[in-house]
Every structure is written in structure tokens, then in C-alpha cells.
Write a protein that binds this ligand. Sequence first.
Ligand code: SIN
Length: 279
Amino acid sequence: MKSNSIEVIPSGGPVGAQIRGVDLSQDVDDETLARIQDAFATYGVLCFRDQTISPEQQVAFSSRFGELERLTFSQFTLPGRPDVLLITNIEENGRHIGIHDAGREWHSDSTYVPCPSLATFLYAHEVPMEDGQPLGDTLFVPAFGHFEEFDQDRQTLLASLKSIHRMDPRLVKEPGKAPPQAIHPVVVTHPRNGRKCLFVNEGRSVSFVGMDEEESRVLLRKLFARLQSEERIYRHKWRVGDLLMWDNVAVQHHATHDYTWPKHRRLMHRTTVMGEPLC
Ligand code: SIN
């Protein structure tokens, strides 16, 4: 795959671009990879349409961006492949075969651990349809481009704050176990491109360190409203064969759960690049 065949088509908003001219079932040469990395750093969400890739090919491509998370204890990974997670509403014998309730609120992946995931890759095997239209869109907003727009006082305040991120207690499977949580700065410098990003999200951020709950709630609500502003949203309408990759520091996402089992089937394979402590 030669880099001169690659085309980057921006969505027109602050995040999202389509990459054309790359076949992910083949090895991607270093020059093409560098162009994809540049586009990723600029747009935060990239879509490769019409791909036919095996789990091994998805792992091979994702691994070019860093070490993959291996979920050795999850019952929702592909057999023998702890690095490929099933995101799906499919049930077999009355049981979910994958994670069926992911991402109902705006969030970045796994911010409740000390090293949140850096990048996520989702490959669409089955997309639910209704009246010829896809269901289960995934929405994205940028976390960059906000900090610079605040006045000096607000910048100083936000730069001094840390927030507590907690997993939704409803997702904790072992009864009685406390949900995992982690503390991160509210303003982080992106480890790969140096952009300042707001690192609080509606799904996981519960309060600020050293601030009472009510005051925290008020400030969080303001930040969420800003982050989720309609005009910054990129809405991804899925097609079978889409490989979508997103940057969990630069963007936040939200999954639309407008499909139901057994009428609709949605099956995605997810691979995730490990992150590092953010500062
Ligand atoms: C997620 O939030 O990681 C899943 C997104 C999706 O299924 O659209």
C-alpha cells in the first residue's frame, strides 16, 4: 500500500475524517502510516470504509499505534484473542455474548483507571438497519480547542484542578465491590500532539479533588455543556466494513442505543491501545 494512494477527506467539523485508498487487510507501509498518524493527530476520529479484515488484521493495524490492551479475564473477548473485545447486542441461549450497554453517556474509554486507553478501533461486522437507515450511530466531540477560549482566570482555575473519574457502579459485576476510580488533571497535554484537552466527561467524572460535591456538580455541568455543544458533534453513521479509530484524549464519544434485540443485530470488534498517565 503506497502512501501516494491515500486520501484524507475531513468531515467539515473539528473532528472526523475519512481515509480513502488504504486496504487494511494488507501491510501498511511506514509512509502511509505516517500520513494516517498525521490525520489522526489533526482530526481525532478516522474512518476507513469498505474494509474486509480478520481479527488478526485488525490487531496488526491497531498495534502500529501502540501496545494493545489484553482483557485476560473478560468473558466478552473473542476466543483465544484477549485483545479483541465484542461490542454487541447479540444474545445466545439467553445470554449476552459481548458488551451490550457500552457508551450510553458521553465519555472517553476507561478514564477510571490511572492509564486510560489512548486509542480505540471499532470494526463493524453487523449494523442494525431500519427503513434502509443505519441505527446505533456513534457521536464524537473534540476535547481540544476549549481551554484556549477561556479567559485567564478560568484557565488558571481549570489548570489547577484534578477530577475524580469513577466507573458507573451499575457496571461493577462482583457484588459489594467498589467501582474502580482514578484521578486525572482537568486539563491534560495530549501525549502525542501536545494539544491541551479538557479531560472531564459526563459518564465518569464525579467531582473535583478538594471541592465540595455541589460546587463540583455546577462546574462539571458547565464543562459538559460546552464539550457537548451541538455544532461540534461529528455523527458517525455506520456501514458494515467500517473501521473507525478514535483518540480517547482528543475526543469524547457517545453511543446511540436506538436498536433492540432481537429485531436488530449490531456486532463490532474492538481493539484498544493502552494509554499512559496524563499530565
Ligand atoms: C463505546 O462507547 O466504546 C462503544 C461505542 C459504540 O458502540 O458505538
